[in-house]
Write a protein that binds this ligand. Structure first.
Ligand code: FES
Length: 69
């Protein structure tokens, strides 16, 4: 997942991925371009959408990084 990329590369993004991909936070929220959003083969499921509803500045092309595979 995109969260794994952040963790495995030791990218210092404060607070990113606080729940370690268990879908209980929205700190991995990313806003993608429409083009990139459409290129992701997996679409958000109900659990991701429920958590996205709590994300700051939600957009039409928002995803949770831990769910992007
Ligand atoms: Fe918490 Fe993605 S890391 S929902």
């Amino acid at each position: 997942s995109l969260l794994d990329v952040v963790v495995n590369n030791e990218l210092d993004i404060s607070g990113y991925g606080a729940c370690e991909g268990t879908l209980t936070c929205s700190t991995c929220h990313v806003i993608l371009s429409k083009e990139d959003y459409d290129r992701i083969p997996s679409k958000p499921l109900d659990d991701e959408n429920d958590m996205l509803d709590l994300a700051f500045e939600l957009t039409e092309t928002s995803r949770l990084g831990c769910q992007i595979v």
